[in-house]
Design a protein around this ligand. Structure first.
Ligand SMILES: NC(=O)c1ccc[n+]([C@@H]2O[C@H](COP(=O)([O-])OP(=O)(O)OC[C@H]3O[C@@H](n4cnc5c(N)ncnc54)[C@H](O)[C@@H]3O)[C@@H](O)[C@H]2O)c1
Length: 316
């Protein structure tokens, strides 16, 4: 029997691309996109779409029952940079939405849950290079705290209530279809837009700030990959480290200059520098590679090529 899927937060950067991918795999009639508002018309107008408030248990449950949903991808969240401006709202959204979905699974309304964690679970006391799966985790952002404690709850619901919940710690995600939603790695998307529009970019991180990053296509492959894997192969039920590449603002600028030699980058670090300083530079994701055969495809130069090509088409 085909899976009936609900994506919550489907209008966002990752949810929107995940929706298109899942629709092509499972059929339009089996994938319901939902969000708190009609903020992405490509998603709203391209298939089944419902307004669902992830913070409201009844709202999620009504949608699950209406469409006989068995699998939920919970993509709604407040991200790291915005979360520092609205700490209580970030805590409320990120935790309440997770409990709502986990409790629906516990009560057998749904069978399977995907919930993304983040490299923000790590903090300044974590080893920064090739950060292991199991290590010190003392996040200093509200966002990172919600992801870390969320991971604990996922594992708890798996152990105590047999909830089939799967999770990966996304690094910064680079994509061209939808703009990012208020994270610390957003610069690595903005820079391509500004390079094409204005030939220059003022970066909110210092030139040597190295962070783990990934192209959207790889992130979607990882998401679909972990969800399709045999339950027995998913040995980690908190969240898997996941990696592709790591680079600094200076390195991404150099990659762009290979195509646009006149491109100039300047640096004006703001409050997001502190957040970036607390995160790993690179990630050891050997468990994901071993357990469910994760492999990334896109290098920095391959990402640059795709981003400039696709955005150029969009702007012209
Ligand atoms: N984008 C990244 O680089 C990145 C990195 C690590 C982890 N993640 C995680 O991946 C997930 C998706 O991130 P994203 O970048 O697509 O975020 P985003 O901000 O682009 O999208 C989030 C979506 O959730 C929706 N939303 C907000 N409140 C809601 C509510 N109460 N009910 C329903 N929907 C609501 C928003 O309208 C938005 O469309 C999040 O859990 C995020 O923490 C993202």
């Amino acid at each position: 029997m085909n899976s009936k899927i609900l994506i919550i937060g489907a209008c966002g950067q990752i949810g929107s691309e995940l929706t298109f991918r899942l629709r092509s795999q499972y059929g339009d009639e089996n994938v319901v996109a939902s969000d708190i508002s009609y903020s992405n018309l490509d998603i709203v107008n391209s298939g089944l779409f419902e307004i669902v408030d992830a913070k409201d248990y009844a709202s999620v449950k009504t949608c699950v029952e209406k469409f006989k949903i068995d699998t939920v991808y919970l993509m709604a969240a407040m991200l790291s940079a915005t979360g520092e401006k609205y700490p209580m709202e970030a805590w409320d959204l990120n935790m309440t939405s997770l409990f709502n979905v986990l409790n629906l699974a516990k009560a057998n309304f749904i069978k399977k849950v995907f919930w993304p964690s983040s490299i923000a679970v790590f903090g300044p006391t974590t080893p920064t290079d090739y950060t292991p799966q199991y290590t010190i985790m003392e996040p200093t952002t509200v966002y990172g705290m919600t992801k870390q404690v969320g991971e604990r709850w996922c594992e708890y619901y798996f152990n105590k209530f047999n909830v089939d919940v799967r999770s990966i710690r996304y690094p910064g995600i680079i994509s061209w279809k939808t703009l990012p939603g208020g994270g610390t790695t957003d610069y690595a998307v903005e820079i391509y837009h500004e390079a094409l529009k204005n030939k220059k970019y003022s970066c909110f991180l210092k030139e040597d700030t190295k962070l783990p990053m990934m192209f959207m296509d790889d992130a979607i492959e990882a998401t679909v990959g972990i969800m399709m894997a045999d339950p027995e192969s998913i040995k980690i039920r908190s969240s898997y480290n996941l990696a592709a590449i790591s680079f600094t603002p200076k390195e991404i600028a150099a990659s762009i200059k290979k195509h646009l030699p006149e491109f100039e980058i300047t640096y004006q670090p703001d409050y997001r520098q502190d957040i970036a300083n607390s995160w790993p530079k690179s990630i050891n994701d050997s468990y994901a590679r071993q357990d469910w055969k994760w492999k990334h495809k896109f290098s920095l130069d391959a990402i640059t090529e795709q981003m400039l090509f696709q955005l150029d088409k969009k702007y012209n």
